[in-house]
Design a protein around this ligand. Structure first.
Ligand code: KG4
Ligand code: ZN
Length: 347
């Protein structure tokens, strides 16, 4: 089985070709960082136009790299949501066109399911597993019980973890995207110089909150001596340590909740752009070891947005006969666990 995947839900235009033998034949990602950098964040209209300009050429290149023709595809999968709707429409329309021309099935993939199933592509992890999904748009702990079968244990009450990285990076003038820049600078900083809060740490449950931490960073920056060249690195280190503390604490609770549901489950999977953060991976790997879990962390390239994960989720759905019709409507919102109660202030 060979599937083409298309990802356009945020600021990466991506196309990939993957086989059901877990082989990635092509995995191309065009970042729009340069287009958005001067705005310090993603501008949805610019993103949609850039996807439109680049996607056709990228799909052709992905097929050429994989050495397959469109007629040889068993299915065409595209992110159908959630995400910036202009971009999602571009990806879905392109996938539908290829599917219609070649008479192949079209599969609308939930972007979060793409992240969630990546560890099955890279490591063949069996269901059930515990998933920590930490990206620019989402921060969730989920029990993954099967394709399309998710139980949400926790989510963020305000900002996503990656969003907090991006906002703090902006305050420190580190550019966009912020995560990798903070990680680089933090490596040279002294995390103990600033005392920052750890929102939600020590509380029951698995919910997250990052907006208070962001405000604390802003305050510490305002009070720090402006001429001290060490401030940015020390604050970056203190911020990264605080986020890691919170994520470790929430994940520890989630492991207990996961074990209560699945006493024999032992896999902890991380996904999403923030999961590319090396100190965070180190923390989670120690937590996994201490709690008898095995950590699966896809390579950073497959943690950040990509189309291989969309093609793979397409394969998983295709195998189960879960295909979509050409009247599928792109979805700006699409929760993985629609039955989860909204995250209130009291988790
Ligand atoms: O999964 P992703 O590529 O896109 C979304 O679906 O959101 O995640 C992007 C987010 C951005 O907020 C970026 O700053 C963050 O992931 N990120 C990182 C790192 N690399 C990317 N955060 C912390 N450390 C990193 N090394
Ligand atoms: Zn993502």
């Amino acid at each position: 089985m060979i599937v083409l995947g298309i990802e356009t839900s945020c600021d990466e235009t991506a196309a990939a070709v993957v086989t059901d033998g877990r082989v990635v034949l092509a995995d191309l990602v065009l970042s729009q960082d340069a287009e958005h950098r001067r705005f310090g964040g993603i501008v949805p209209e610019i993103a949609a136009r850039a996807h439109l300009d680049h996607l056709d050429g990228l799909v052709a290149r992905a097929l050429a790299t994989a050495g397959v023709s469109a007629a040889e595809l068993d299915g065409i999968a595209a992110t159908g949501g959630p995400g910036l709707i202009g971009g999602v429409i571009v990806g879905v329309m392109t996938a539908k066109a290829v599917a219609a021309v070649h008479g192949r099935p079209f599969i609308a993939v939930n972007h979060l399911e793409g992240h969630a199933l990546t560890a099955r592509l890279t490591d063949g992890v069996d269901f059930p597993y515990l998933l920590l999904l930490v990206s620019g748009g989402h921060t969730q702990l989920l029990v993954v019980e099967g394709v399309g079968r998710y139980r949400r244990l926790g989510t963020t009450l305000d900002d996503a973890a990656g969003e907090a990285f991006d906002k703090v990076a902006k305050m420190l003038d580190l550019g966009f995207p912020g995560g990798p820049a903070i990680e680089r600078l933090a490596a040279t900083g002294n995390a103990s110089r600033f005392t920052l809060p750890r929102p939600m740490k020590g509380r029951p449950g698995c919910h997250f909150s990052f907006s208070g931490l962001k405000t604390a960073v802003r305050q510490a920056l305002a009070e720090a001596p402006p001429s001290d060249p060490r401030v940015a690195a020390d604050l970056a280190a203190a911020f990264q340590a605080a986020v890691s503390d919170v994520i470790e604490d929430r994940t520890r609770n989630a492991i207990a909740a996961f074990r209560a549901l699945h006493p024999h489950g032992s896999a902890l999977v991380i996904a999403g752009g923030v999961a590319a953060n090396r100190p965070m991976r180190g923390r989670l790997s120690r937590l996994a070891a201490a709690t008898g879990m095995t950590l699966f962390a896809p390579p950073p390239k497959l943690c950040t947005d990509n189309a291989a994960m969309i093609a793979w989720a397409g394969i998983e759905r295709l195998k189960l006969g879960l295909v979509d019709t050409l009247d599928f409507a792109p979805r700006p919102r699409w929760p993985l666990d629609p039955s989860a109660p909204p995250a209130g202030l009291k988790p």
